[in-house]
Design a protein around this ligand. Structure first.
Ligand SMILES: CC(C)(COP(=O)(O)OP(=O)(O)OC[C@H]1O[C@@H](n2cnc3c(N)ncnc32)[C@H](O)[C@@H]1OP(=O)(O)O)[C@@H](O)C(=O)NCCC(=O)NCCS
Length: 151
């Protein structure tokens, strides 16, 4: 069973360990640690209460009435079980509670799993940034209105 908690000084290192398992170009530990004091960010962490392991996390930056999802990651052994969708649902709920109207994110054009997740969730492609990642790979911009959340 997965329980959700906020990013904190107690779990930030575990979250960073998961980040390194999930991304080729992970954020640094300092980037995660600085999120603890970032007043515009909210991070949700999913912990497997049986094993005690951090299984997933996701974060959002909220600015006035729009927000950017910074990252969503699920440990490989927990994928395709709906956890990525649940993290997204919780982040969108936080956004709606903060009066956010539009949520945006960027995803590597080659990341078919993430593109499929976001599209299934209701995000639409709203732009393309050519050679955005390390000046080689395109970023697909995706957006969604919080009013489109069904729950
Ligand atoms: C992308 C990611 C977060 C998905 O997490 P997840 O828990 O597996 O997602 P869900 O189980 O909620 O999947 C929801 C839907 O997304 C789509 N999806 C997820 N993974 C997929 C894959 N590997 N291939 C195709 N579609 C996929 C499916 O439509 C899926 O629904 P279904 O299982 O009923 O077919 C996970 O693969 C991950 O952590 N990847 C590495 C980090 C990353 O790329 N994060 C996104 C950065 S923008």
């Amino acid at each position: 069973m997965i329980k959700f908690e906020m990013l904190s000084a107690d779990n930030v290192r575990e979250v960073w360990e998961l980040e390194k398992r999930c991304f080729d170009d992970p954020w640094t530990y300092n980037m995660f640690e600085s999120e603890l004091d970032n007043r515009i960010s909210v991070y949700i962490v999913g912990r497997d209460i049986d094993s005690g392991a951090v299984a997933a996390y996701g974060g959002v930056w909220m600015m006035y009435d729009s927000a950017d999802i910074t990252n969503v990651a699920v440990a490989p052994e927990y994928r395709r079980g709906g956890l990525g969708s649940e993290i997204l649902r919780l982040l969108m709920k936080v956004c709606a509670e903060h009066g956010i109207k539009a949520v945006n994110l960027e995803v590597k054009a080659s990341n078919s799993a993430a593109l499929a997740l976001y599209e299934k969730f209701g995000f639409v492609r709203c732009g393309l940034r050519k050679k955005y990642y390390h000046n080689t790979e395109d970023a697909v911009l995706m957006c969604m209105e919080t009013s489109e959340i069904s729950d």
